[in-house]
Design a protein around this ligand. Structure first.
Ligand code: HEM
Length: 230
């Protein structure tokens, strides 16, 4: 008898892909947050950190290509899961109500597709702004340890002298918190690593993770605005 074959684009496969890519992206976000903490130390520390990243050369390009692939796969598989669920709901013509465990619907779970779409749009803007300097500042340079490097601290600090950017970034970081609130424990569930016995702990860990990460990013624009750092 033929054994059942696993299809990556089955509903289980899409959930698995969303979970794995989500966890990998959380790893990136935590790393990015930790690196960006150098903004609180000062311009030299931050520019030394980004210069060290740029010094990775070819390796950095490989990591960036991997990151783009992860974001794309995460978005595509998550949209696939969402569409399957919507289709199933319309077939059943059921009323969507809070179901409690194990589906555990909440505001953050119901808005994942919205918060995820906003985050994706933010990412395009964010990378264009800071990596490519499309709104200005691409030419800023400074000297760190005798080497001429990009003055990314000046670009970031100047950006956040504008209250509109501060408000936009803070709003998106709040949405990031919402997304991670559901995404963290849900990713473990999707890859089959959430034992029902530790569910309550996982929900709390998820909330703590989301608050710490979102708050970490949230205070950066505010700090640079308040201190007028340059
Ligand atoms: C206040 C919050 C943030 C600040 C100040 C910040 C700062 C920066 C800076 C300065 C760069 C350019 C790095 C370089 O060219 O070497 C960058 C790149 C990037 N950031 Fe952020 N970031 C923030 C939040 C986020 C968030 C929340 C995400 C993801 C959800 C994110 C994702 C990225 C990505 C994907 C890149 C491109 C990395 C690369 O291609 O090397 N950032 N960020």
């Amino acid at each position: 008898m033929a054994s059942p074959r696993f299809h990556l684009w089955s509903s289980v496969g899409k959930k698995l892909l969303t979970g794995i890519t989500g966890l990998a992206l959380m790893g990136f976000i935590v790393t990015h947050l930790l690196g960006n903490l150098n903004l609180f130390v000062g311009s030299e520390a931050f520019n030394r950190y980004t210069a060290a990243l740029h010094a990775l050369g070819g390796l950095l390009y490989v990591a960036e290509a991997g990151l783009v692939a992860l974001f794309a796969l995460h978005a595509i598989s998550a949209i696939g899961v969402w569409r399957s669920k919507s289709a199933a709901r319309s077939v059943q013509n059921t009323v969507v109500a809070s179901k409690g465990a194990p589906s555990r619907q909440s505001l953050s779970s119901r808005t994942m597709i919205v918060t995820g779409s906003v985050l994706l749009a933010f990412l395009v803007l964010h990378v264009a702004q800071f990596k490519y300097g499309v709104f200005g500042g691409a030419e800023y340079t400074t000297t760190v340890d005798g080497e001429e490097v990009r003055d990314l601290f000046r670009l970031v600090a100047e950006t956040f002298q504008n209250p509109a950017w501060v408000v936009l970034y803070m709003s998106v970081m709040a949405l990031l918190g919402f997304h991670l609130r559901h995404g963290f424990w849900s990713a473990f569930q999707s890859i089959g690593l959430l034992d029902p016995r530790i569910r309550p702990v996982a929900y709390s860990a998820s909330a703590i993770f989301a608050v710490v990460v979102a708050l970490g990013f949230f205070v950066m624009p505010l700090y640079l605005f308040a201190t007028g750092a340059s």
